[in-house]
Design a protein around this ligand. Structure first.
Ligand SMILES: [Zn+2]
Length: 431
């Protein structure tokens, strides 16, 4: 633990260091990682040999492009080749995800990297965005309550820095509210769709939770209107976080909400269109490289999320560059009867222009049927429905039957995650 002290100091410093210092640190970490994969990871040793390259050929970060892009499937079929042969996987920490395509995947981390990603990096971002030492934090997990008992019994940081309690989003909402009022957390952490549902219940019960000041949302594409509703009802500040099981937190919103600061001393974030870099500000596929994980280093890993890099510096003065994740996993595209695929981003940007809309979900029910479930406020006129219908008809080029359906609750998936766009047609080609 003591050996982490300089690391914590450096982490804190990096966030506001000069661009030059941060770039120097990144290049250093990058070259160290390149040497690691060349010396210890069989898959990369073969790649270097096949491409006739050596670690010395990686003098700048963009030399990364010399390496191939990999995906979950490449690793799943060949796991031991992606693992550091000098490390023992049984001594590593690992994370398991069922994945959006339902195919399970495990990522392994060496101890040092795990502590950084699982705790230090998250704490750094939270402490720089509102959380104070000794605060109470309610974490809402997409896990049944029985699974959380162990976590509620022990936490390495419990009572040391923060008071943390875990809650299940599947629990009865009245019981949850009661427990929350007893705990009085200043901070809550969980999926946006849960807090939206939660805020609706608070509104119905005419309750006030004045102790709650900040909500940190993650693991879903955030909806603008839903976020505004949560802010208005619960009177909180909302900070969204972008991350994944394989990399943990990748980027996070600061108090300026101008984009998401990339943890640049943890990952390299590329935005690609096909295999070439997207133009600055252009939306493309997010491809990540881990600078810290030496056990199972993911290099140029296509995460199947989309986003863009923002060119502007954040007014908050933090050095880490800004990015913006956007809706649109490959499996969530809408496919027109003529075969054309339409990005979810097209639908979400169009629908977010309508006021009075609190939450929505697009469901492609069959080749020619699309249903839009909407939760609206009382002031919304019937004309909004016709306008949404017309807008979707235009985007789908008149090829689909469009139904806009008012509802009171849009349920998350079984894993607790909310899908903005849901494709019910099982087509392998969609990926
Ligand atoms: Zn900022």
């Amino acid at each position: 633990m003591l050996s982490l002290v300089p690391e914590i100091y450096q982490m804190k410093k990096s966030i506001r260091s000069s661009r030059k210092d941060l770039d120097r640190l990144r290049l250093n970490l990058f070259q160290k990682q390149i040497r690691n994969i060349y010396e210890n990871v069989p898959f990369y040793r073969e790649v270097f040999k096949k491409l006739h390259i050596a670690p010395e050929d990686f003098q700048k970060i963009h030399d990364l492009r010399k390496l191939p892009i990999i995906m979950k499937e490449d690793i799943r079929n060949n796991r031991e080749k992606f693992f550091n042969e000098k490390m023992n996987s049984e001594k590593c920490f690992h994370s398991f995800s069922s994945g959006s395509t339902g195919q399970p995947f495990s990522s392994y981390f060496d101890k040092r990297c795990w502590v950084r990603k699982k705790y230090l990096s998250k704490l750094r971002a939270r402490f720089s965005c509102g959380i104070h030492l000794g605060d109470r934090v309610a974490i809402f997990e997409s896990e049944p309550a029985e699974n959380l008992k162990r976590l509620n019994g022990f936490h390495p940081l419990r009572d040391l820095l923060l008071y943390i309690q875990y809650f299940s989003i599947f629990d009865d909402i009245d019981a949850l509210l009661k427990r929350l009022i007893e705990f009085k957390p200043q901070n809550a952490y969980g999926p946006q769709s849960f807090f939206f549902y939660f805020a609706r219940e608070v509104q119905k019960n005419k309750q006030t939770l004045s102790f709650l000041k900040r909500i940190y949302t993650s693991s879903e594409y955030g909806q603008r209107h839903a976020a505004q509703f949560i802010r208005d009802i619960l009177q909180v500040e909302i900070y969204d976080i972008y991350g994944s099981t394989e990399f943990k937190e990748v980027s996070w919103e600061c108090e300026q909400h101008q984009g998401y600061h990339i943890n640049e001393d943890e990952v390299i974030c590329e935005i690609l269109n096909g295999n070439i870099p997207a133009a600055p500000g252009e939306v493309g596929e997010i491809v990540l490289t881990d600078l810290r994980n030496h056990a199972m280093p993911l290099i140029r890993y296509r995460i199947h999320d989309r986003g863009k890099i923002l060119q502007e510096n954040c007014p908050c003065g933090r050095t880490f560059s800004l990015m913006l994740p956007v809706a649109g996993r490959a499996s969530e595209y809408i496919r027109l009867p003529d075969g054309e695929k339409i990005s979810p981003f097209r639908f979400t940007t169009a629908i977010e222009k309508f006021s009075g809309l609190l939450q929505y979900q697009f469901i492609q029910e069959s080749r020619a049927d699309i249903v839009i479930k909407v939760i609206i406020d009382e002031k919304t006129s019937a004309k909004t429905f016709t306008n949404i219908e017309q807008m979707i008809k235009n985007i789908t080029k008149g090829q689909m039957r469009v139904t806009v359906r008012k509802t009171d609750r849009i349920l998350p998936e079984e894993n607790g995650k909310f899908k903005v766009v849901k494709n019910m047609i099982q087509e392998p080609a969609l990926a």
